[in-house]
Design a binder for this molecule. Sequence first.
Ligand code: SF4
Length: 391
Amino acid sequence: MTNRPWDTLSKEEIKQLQENFLDWYDEKKRHLPWRMNTDPYRVWISEIMLQQTRVDTVIDYYYRFMEEFPTIHALATADEEKLLKVWEGLGYYSRARNLQAAAKQMVADFAGKMPDTVEEIASLKGIGPYTTGAIASISFGLPEPAIDGNVMRVVSRLFEIEADIAKASSRKVFDEAMRKIIPKAAPGDFNQALMDLGSSVCTPKKPECPVCPLKDFCLAYKDDKMTDFPVKTKKQPPKPVYYVAAAIENSQGEFWLVQRPENGLLAKMWTFPLLKIDETHYQQLKTGFNKEESLQMELLVAEEDKAEQVLPFEEAHVIWQKRHLGEVTHVFSHLKWHLLLFYGRMIGGEAPEKMPGQWVAKDEFSKLVFPKPQQKLVEQLDKNRRDNKVF
Ligand code: SF4
């Protein structure tokens, strides 16, 4: 990029920009639980939770997490199941696992403390440039930028930066611009001011420029081009994936649950048995099984009658309800899961042979870690039960 408007700012202008902004932050800053002090553990945990998750949602999780794991040491030695249970519902579970891995690193290499140099902070598992910048500036007063999507939006408008924010290589442009304006005396407040401005004033669609503390310096505002920035190429939509989900109940009112593999998406979490199918098959099941207007529960599979079995679970001992219980969808960053929920009763209470797992009573569900799609399936099952739509 040849055009670098931040290089044309005089020292006085930069000083003025910083003062305006920090005054605004003093007056308007959000009072959030992790801002009570600048303890690096609090900053770290909150910043990891805030990735991909709204502040309102994070607050309760943050309190619960701090209660369960008040120190780096407590986190390092926590039982993984318990850790994931506390994280349940926040999604992106690798974040929780990385937190624990980094806590172990700190115990092993840094006497159980968060290190205080940029290089060492960045060497911790799961801590990328943004979180490094946030911890370094807020907790240790180092003039490091913390650049996330919100900050890129503000800074791209401030300087009319045309670099595509979807590209990792654009980051260095924002890094350069930020290093020019971040004050050495209050880098943490400055970074947090940017985070707050991005979420409250310099919003994606309707920035409230007249009340913005940066308006006197903002090129996009001057040119009335606010919504032209940031420049971002369209992301590929998440790839659809189709599953049949089976809520299989035995005569004791227990459900068959399976644990996902050690690695990969939703590793080691519990779900109803899921069977991946192609879209055509999925749509056939979705419409074909829903034609029945009457809620009379017709049985799809007669006892021991394998030949009639239509659902793609090769189980001889399940009687499936003809009508499916509805569809649940869940979007991950790169995938969109479509899950069609079916209900089946075990005959004789034997375990489904081809789906290794265990029987779990409904009131014991809360003891296992369920990913969001499974939580939605359980809600869907409960809803059908309340409406008397389960046979
Ligand atoms: S003046 Fe408007 S576009 Fe510029 S930083 Fe402020 S809110 Fe954003």
